[in-house]
Design a protein around this ligand. Structure first.
Ligand SMILES: Nc1ncnc2c1ncn2[C@@H]1O[C@H](COP(=O)(O)OP(=O)(O)O)[C@@H](O)[C@H]1O
Ligand SMILES: [Mg+2]
Length: 361
């Protein structure tokens, strides 16, 4: 029997939610399918600036695989914050096994054969978000919580006989086949590698390039892509122990979102900022519209704020829309019940932020 899922199926689905990260999605899709069919698959470390889509991507994969009833015996997938692992003092990853166990019962059924549930745990997929928060040292001093958490994960990755208690029984599982996908922003890693690149410590220093927006505005940027410069050494220095970091055979660096990606994120995905706002106005019988120029201006403004990623969209849009939200129907100028966000409104919101004259109402 053919396996009912191809990497392309995952890729196409995730792309509906996650914009501008196609290479990363492809690579993750392949790793997931390898794991699901029982072939060796690399653990993945996902590095990307804040607001580049790491959490969104993990959520989308979790949602999609969990929704596939035909994969019940294969796709036991859980997502947790790395901090949860730091809470364990002597647990050594049992919290992870506990989650997989609960999830397996939910999927396969409470009364299912215990062997089937344990097999599902041993074949689990674990997403660890904010893995950069479990550094082994922070500014030169050891960070006990981080060390504990890395140890816990390493124990799971290496061990063929891990004991854990559930439902009044002690189970022994081989956790070495669990697939781990960990993600984090690694802020300072970005800074330090960028510094190396701009000073030109081991390569020619970066030269700025000129970027022109769709509406003709101009700025200078350094064409820096972390993935071009990143070494395992940088990750060790950041505070991931070599034993732990080297367990991630695949390191994927997400793209910084460009203006075009940002405007798509603003309108396209289900639950996008604009769709959500439209829904709000709809409740008061108001049809919210946006001009092409306004959309471009919002994306351009957000793309200037590099370290916020797509989160910058929310910040600028809130400035544009808050007065209209306060009194939705008064916002319509005529009987048409249409409110249009135009470029002038966006420019004004940007200018008032820049001059610090935005009044808090
Ligand atoms: N690549 C992307 N595609 C679609 N939406 C994105 C993307 N990146 C960020 N967003 C949006 O920005 C917000 C923050 O994204 P998130 O995935 O939480 O970022 P992080 O990389 O910091 O985990 C979310 O509301 C999400 O909808
Ligand atoms: Mg996140």
């Amino acid at each position: 029997m053919d396996f009912p899922l191809l990497p392309r199926d995952i890729y196409e689905e995730i792309r509906k939610t996650v914009v501008g990260q196609d290479d990363a999605i492809r690579e993750i899709s392949v790793a997931l399918v390898k794991h699901l069919v029982g072939a060796p698959a690399p653990n993945i470390l996902l590095i990307g600036n804040s607001g580049s889509g790491k959490t969104t991507l993990m959520r989308a994969v979790e949602k999609f695989l969990s929704s596939r009833k035909d994969l019940t015996d294969f796709a036991n997938i859980v997502r947790m914050n790395a901090n949860v692992l730091a809470e364990e003092h002597e647990g050594y990853g049992r919290v992870v096994l506990g989650r997989l166990y609960e999830n397996a019962k939910k999927m396969i059924g409470e009364s299912a054969d215990m062997n089937r549930i344990i097999r599902s745990v041993e074949h689990g997929i674990v997403f660890i978000d904010e893995v950069d928060k479990i550094r082994a040292q922070v500014s030169g001093s050891p960070n006990v919580r981080g060390i504990v958490a890395q140890e816990a994960l390493l124990t799971l990755m290496e061990n063929e006989h891990v004991r854990f208690d559930a439902d009044g029984f002690t189970h022994v599982v081989n956790s070495s086949g669990i697939l781990f996908v960990a993600g984090g922003a690694f802020e300072e890693l970005y800074e330090s590698v960028l510094r190396r690149a701009t000073i030109g410590q081991d390569v020619a220093p970066l030269q700025p390039i000129v970027v022109v927006s769709a509406s003709g505005e101009v700025r200078e940027e350094f064409p820096f892509h972390l993935r071009d410069y990143l070494k395992y050494d940088d990750i060790f220095r950041y505070g991931m122990t070599p034993q732990f970091a080297s367990r991630f055979e695949s390191i994927i660096v997400l793209n910084d979102l460009a203006e075009g990606d940002l405007s798509r994120i603003f309108v396209e995905p289900e639950g996008s900022i604009f769709r959500t706002s439209r829904d709000y106005f709809q409740r008061f019988g108001v049809d919210l519209q946006i001009t092409r120029g306004a959309l471009i201006a919002i994306a351009w403004d957000a793309s200037r704020q590099k370290r916020l990623g797509a989160r910058a969209l929310r910040e600028i849009f809130r400035r544009v829309i808050r007065n209209l939200e306060f009194d939705p129907s008064a916002a319509t100028r005529d009987a048409s019940r249409v409110v249009t966000v135009d470029e002038a409104m966006v420019k004004q919101a940007v200018a008032s932020r820049e001059q610090g004259t935005a009044r808090v109402r």
